[in-house]
Design a protein around this ligand. Structure first.
Ligand SMILES: [Zn+2]
Length: 188
């Protein structure tokens, strides 16, 4: 068995959907391949940590700590803007925000956006080929929304606040950062 196949089986094992036959195959490979054996033990360790209930319990000051750190990062970014590494991080952030912004818009307005693009005579073909990527992106953003809702508490109120306030803000931020990035690129 190839290591890539063993890796797939390890993923299935993590998800708890490994068949008896696959378990045998994986076991055989692990006895022959040290690299995969090491990886397997690392996965096992991860499962153990995740199954430990304490892992999920955020401390009471979690939110304020995170917010303070975000503020620090923002300040650093403003001061050291001209340092190359900061430019790189700005570009990465810009792209991330842009992709995230697009994803958010897709989640909110996927159907009308797609219909518009597919009907457009110039973009139609391109839009059709982009549909799988859009599906992945919008699924990812949906997962992220679910994660955020879980982290902040399952109340419906918080979800509504996220949807109505945070997500459009992030979307706008993404577009703004993209333009800043474009502007910086032109100036360089
Ligand atoms: Zn291997």
């Amino acid at each position: 068995m190839k290591c890539s196949k063993a890796d797939q089986l390890m993923m299935k094992y993590m998800d708890g959907i490994l068949s008896m036959e696959e378990a045998k195959q994986l076991n055989l490979h692990l006895t022959e391949c040290d690299a995969c054996k090491e990886e397997f033990f690392a996965y096992q360790k991860m499962i153990d940590v995740l199954q430990d209930g304490q892992f999920y319990k955020a401390p009471d000051d979690f939110e304020s700590t995170v917010m303070n750190r975000i503020k620090d990062i923002e300040v650093e970014y403003e001061i050291k803007k001209t340092v190359p590494i900061e430019t790189i991080s700005a570009i990465v952030w810009g792209f991330f925000s842009l992709i995230f912004g697009i994803g958010v818009l897709l989640v909110l307005y996927r159907q009308p956006v797609l219909e518009y693009l597919v009907q457009n005579p110039y973009l139609g073909e391109w839009a059709n080929s982009m549909i799988p990527a859009m599906d992945i992106l919008s699924a990812y953003i949906n997962d992220f929304k679910t994660e955020m809702t879980n982290i902040l508490g399952t109340s419906k109120y918080i979800f509504e606040v996220l949807r109505l306030i945070l997500i459009p803000i992030v979307a706008v931020l993404g577009v703004v950062k993209y333009y800043i990035y474009r502007k910086e690129k032109v100036e360089i």
